[in-house]
Design a protein around this ligand. Structure first.
Ligand code: ACO
Length: 326
């Protein structure tokens, strides 16, 4: 029986020009390149300059994704931005991005806040709408300016995060309805708010009218991230009726190279199949997966026909997985 699937027909990304290295950070707080790189795998990250906003990175990433898809903004039926650092409290950053890009009036626009799992959550929404026949195309973006909610005097957190955006254009395509199809083959999303305070902003609009700074219990996040990322992989592969033997690439949320290594070792995924960008992006939360995907496609690593399993975990806690044949 044939089935409508969402093909990823174009990807794109955008990073701020300004690069902050570990050595730069060691002049700001008591830290060192050695400590940061051995504990996290991060060597540098991109940081937005004054006057650069989340929407700016969304727009550039979307333009690149549309160009790579050979499509125009007029052909997009839905725009969704995953972010915890929107330009304004409201309207949605997706609305602003649509306005700048010149999207058709009437096209639905929304943001989703699922922290580092935001891109998987946003893809779930867009993919469901495509599969139900409500839309034919979607622009799915993950974007952050985390540097605006980092306490630059706190060495426990300021060394971890970066800014940027990644985007994917999804397009409906009729497939056979089995595990040899192209497109998004499965998405699974989860949350458990018993960890609400383990990783959070210490402020909020309703709470105290501020945006606040990132706080986390790093050790606790580290412990829970590993089984959560594994559950994202295993549950999405099971739903896609595939196994680890079928995958060409594992694309994890880029938070920490030690977390990624540990997941890969436990599942016996060869290092050569793991996409790593945390070394030069840092943790860009909702942007991390689409950024890594777009870079890997651009560099020719991920090719048409490759099976990619994606998994993420972040504040909430939220976590999830997704299997795509490109
Ligand atoms: N430079 C130098 N020393 C530091 C720094 C720093 N940047 N940060 C902390 N330290 C010190 C601490 O103060 C502590 O010193 P003390 O022993 O004198 O008290 C020592 O280093 C050890 O600190 P720990 O927090 O125990 O270090 P740990 O080995 O756990 O590494 C880290 C910390 C890297 C944050 C780790 O816990 C981790 O990666 N956790 C996962 C968190 C994460 O990735 N969060 C991202 C968001 S969540 C997500 O995206 C999934």
């Amino acid at each position: 029986m044939s089935l409508i699937r969402s093909h990823i027909v174009g990807t794109g990304y955008s990073l701020p020009a300004k690069v902050l290295t570990n050595d730069d950070l060691s002049k700001m707080v008591e830290t060192s390149d050695e400590w940061i790189s051995t504990r996290t795998g991060i060597r540098s990250r991109h940081i937005a300059s004054e006057g650069e906003y989340t929407s700016d990175f969304c727009v550039k990433a979307a333009q690149m994704a549309l160009k790579n898809a050979g499509m125009k903004i007029e052909e997009i039926d839905f725009i969704i931005v995953a972010t915890v650092t929107p330009d304004n409290t409201f309207p949605a950053t997706a609305a602003k991005v649509g306005k700048i890009l010149g999207i058709r009036p009437g096209v639905a626009a929304m943001d989703v806040n699922a922290a580092c799992s935001g891109f998987i959550y946003a893809s779930q929404i867009a993919d469901n709408m495509i599969r139900l026949g409500q839309i034919k195309t979607a622009l799915v973006i993950g974007a952050e300016t985390l540097s605006r909610i980092v306490d630059w005097t706190d060495r426990n957190t300021c060394v971890l995060f970066g800014d940027g955006a990644g985007a994917a254009v999804l397009k409906a395509s009729e497939e056979q309805g089995n595990n040899t199809d192209r497109g998004i083959l499965s998405v699974k999303i989860f949350a458990d708010a018993s960890h609400y305070e383990t990783l959070c902003s210490d402020s909020g609009v309703s709470f105290n009218q501020k945006s606040g700074f990132i706080h986390m219990d790093g050790k606790e996040v580290f412990k829970i991230a590993i089984p959560s990322l594994i559950e994202g992989i295993e549950s999405s592969l099971e739903l896609a009726d595939l196994t680890l033997k079928d995958i060409d690439w594992y694309l994890p949320h880029q938070a920490n190279a030690r977390i990624i290594d540990s997941v890969a070792k436990k599942l016996e995924i060869d290092d050569s199949k793991v996409i790593i960008t945390v070394d030069h992006h840092g943790n860009t939360s909702a942007a991390s997966i689409p950024l890594a995907l777009a870079e890997a496609v651009e560099s020719g690593k991920i090719k048409r026909g490759d099976v990619v399993v994606i998994s993420s975990m972040g504040a909430g806690f939220t976590w999830g997985g997704m299997v795509v044949r490109i």
